[in-house]
Design a protein around this ligand. Structure first.
Ligand code: B1M
Length: 220
């Protein structure tokens, strides 16, 4: 378990929008052989969630929000590539994107790192990605799973559009779909007809493995 004072320092660096400090703490964490995922989840994410609350309450404005997210990214640039797990090759291919109109990609970045660390072949299309591009890529690479992230209540609709587009094009049975993002819920996933919802990156890994098992069982 990571010392709570160290976790508080990590959160503080994000809340203060101090990229240099955030990066230093991330590097120090690695030197101390701390679990990078724990440091992200308990330290840096706690910071960015506090930033979200302050922004919500009008105690922090967009320019500061941007600085805070830069600090978060500075830490993740150091930590994300070091996330490791059992690297057994599972052979699953997943296309992942933040939906069109949405530029939030911090959470997706963590999800992508954890998927890779678990031996999945990940095609990360980035952020603000139109539905048509997501489907094109899935077709091109022969994906097993399509994953989307949405952070705004307005852009969640694009996850529904993806389901509709897949059905319209007769491709729905070809792929399993998984949705995530702060406003997204299990209920939303069921409502739009997605195959799975993941609350966080670890839950994402669990759900993706379940989907791959179902897919290979169906394939016989
Ligand atoms: Co924005 N923003 N933001 N923002 N921002 C939120 C989302 C907001 C809740 C803040 C608030 O008001 N409290 C609010 C949305 C309100 C709503 O829709 N109801 C908001 C707003 C309003 C906006 C703007 C409209 C502000 C403006 O311009 N006036 C604007 C929108 C721009 C756009 O997208 N078109 C905007 C902009 C920005 C920044 C650019 C400054 C920056 C993003 C930088 C970036 O990502 N590159 C930013 C940030 C940082 C936030 C908050 C503070 C933090 C988001 C974050 O990184 N969380 C956020 C507050 C909040 O969410 N409470 C907020 C940490 C991250 C680890 O969590 O992304 O949830 P999360 O990912 C988790 C899980 O959700 C899950 O796993 C991840 C890891 O645990 N998960 C998946 C996510 N995707 C998954 C996919 C999966 C599986 C799991 O499988 C496929």
């Amino acid at each position: 378990m990571i010392d709570s004072a160290f976790l508080d320092e990590a959160a503080k660096a994000v809340v203060e929008g101090n990229s240099q400090r955030a990066e230093e703490i991330a590097r120090k964490g690695l030197e101390m052989k701390l679990d990078p995922l724990e440091l992200i989840n308990q330290g840096f994410i706690a910071g960015i969630m506090k930033v979200g609350d302050l922004f919500d309450r009008g105690e922090l404005f967009l320019p500061e929000l941007m600085l805070c997210s830069e600090a978060m990214k500075a830490a993740l640039n150091v930590l994300n590539p070091t996330i490791s797990a059992d690297k057994k090759q599972v052979g699953g291919k997943i296309v992942i994107a933040t939906v069109e109109g949405d530029i939030h990609d911090i959470g997706k970045g963590i999800v992508v790192s954890l998927f890779k660390a678990h031996g999945l072949e990940v095609f990360d299309l980035g952020r603000d990605v139109p539905t048509v591009k997501i489907i094109e890529k899935a077709e091109e690479v022969g994906a097993d799973i399509i994953g989307t992230s949405a952070l705004l209540t307005t852009t969640m609709e694009k996850q529904k559009h993806l389901e509709e587009a897949l059905r319209r094009e007769g491709l729905r049975e070809k792929y399993k779909t998984i949705v995530g993002g702060a406003p997204v819920t299990e209920r939303w996933a069921r409502k739009i007809g997605a195959d799975a919802y993941a609350e966080d990156a670890s839950d994402g890994v669990r759900k993706v493995f379940e989907l791959l098992k179902i897919k290979s069982a169906l394939a016989g």
